[in-house]
Design a protein around this ligand. Structure first.
Ligand code: PEP
Ligand code: MN
Length: 347
């Protein structure tokens, strides 16, 4: 439930409400708005009467949140969550573009493509060091060596880095090297992993499961938020349907649906959602027109020889063209593509 404090409520009154929440074995999540403080009481709150809080000093009203996800819901947090990630912000007026190879394949490969995507306008670099592959015989990623190259690419380009975490045992090393931890589609309901990243304060890009509903995605985000990690971005990356012409089916509907149900930023991955480089730019533009807050796109200097997902990877030239077209769509819908940190510093 949500406990909405009076505009003039004092810090002591807020602290008193929190004490009561905790005394009922619920956890308190405070949002300090410009005018009012809202305190979320999360847990088995249906067993507790709203009267318990309504009579406390400083409390204006108490409301129950109707959805099964609480901290993720727009009811709890009516304004869009905007959070900074090392140099740019996600969820506000600016569109964030994350780009890079599916896998970190080697030092030269990564540093080259990192510079190329930065020049083309990327705000952050992606690259997998631990790869969830369908076949156990396929390239599984370079592990820590890959993370070291990502850290070097960040030094070189000034871009924050995004990489996938596959297991709870990788939390420590990931927090050390990356700016955003990606939870892949196959792990969207790995609840132990969700809890573990929720304990950290490293931003998370949570991808929708292959056959997960929007509500299941939001419940997965709730696991992370309930641990106190508030910087969660949701990512639509295509879902399984009967259609085989594309790798997955981009659920464009999910973008406005998510934007209405949650305050969390919504990112679209046109690479995995289409599976073909030729369709990536069209779907990227559609996503921005539909209200997405950002894109995560695979790019490779030599897609034909990429160790994973070459078919859907854009060349640096194709990526640059996509960015310029996305900029026009962003402007048409009253947004703008974030200026890359490195460019900002130079200017
Ligand atoms: C990836 O980003 O390379 C990836 C494996 O994505 P997904 O989990 O969406 O399949
Ligand atoms: Mn990939």
């Amino acid at each position: 439930m949500m406990i909405i404090m009076h505009p003039g409520a004092t810090k002591q009154q807020v602290a008193h409400v929190i004490e009561h929440i905790e005394a009922h074995n619920l956890s308190a999540h405070v949002i300090e708005g410009v005018e009012q403080t809202v305190i979320g009481a999360v847990g088995e709150s249906h067993t507790v009467s709203t009267d318990v809080f309504e009579t406390l000093p400083g409390v204006q009203t108490v409301q129950r949140i109707s959805q099964p996800y609480k901290l993720a819901s727009r009811q709890f947090h009516p304004h869009d969550s905007v959070f900074p990630i090392d140099g740019f912000s996600v969820g506000g007026e600016e569109i964030a573009i994350i780009a890079g190879p599916c896998s970190v394949e080697g030092r030269t490969q990564l540093l080259e493509i990192a510079q190329a995507v930065r020049e083309a306008g990327a705000n952050a670099l992606r690259g997998g060091a631990f790869k969830p592959r369908t076949s156990p015989y396929a390239f599984q990623g370079l592990g820590e060596e890959g993370l070291e190259y990502l850290a070097e690419a960040r030094e070189l380009t000034g871009m924050p880095v995004v990489a996938e975490i596959m297991a709870v045992s990788q939390v420590e090393i990931m927090v050390k090297y990356v700016d955003v931890m990606q939870i892949g589609a196959r792990n969207m309901q790995n609840f132990n992993l969700l809890r573990a990243v929720g304990e950290t304060r490293t931003p998370v890009l949570l991808k929708r499961g292959l056959s997960a509903t929007v509500e299941e995605l939001l419940m997965a985000a709730e696991y992370i938020l309930s641990g106190g990690n508030t910087r969660v971005m949701l990512c639509e990356r295509g879902i399984r349907t009967f259609e085989t012409a594309t790798r997955n089916t981009t659920d464009i509907n999910a973008i406005p649906v998510l934007k209405s149900l949650t305050h969390l930023p919504v990112i679209l991955d046109p690479s995995h959602s289409t599976g073909h480089a030729a369709y990536v730019s069209a779907i990227a533009k559609a996503a921005i027109a539909a209200g997405a807050d950002g894109l995560i796109v695979e790019a490779h200097q030599d897609p034909a020889h990429a160790m994973s997902d070459g078919k859907q990877s854009l060349t640096p030239e194709a990526f640059a063209k996509m960015v310029s077209q996305v900029k026009s769509v962003a402007e048409a819908v009253g947004r703008r593509v974030a200026v890359p940190l490195a460019h900002r510093e130079r200017g």
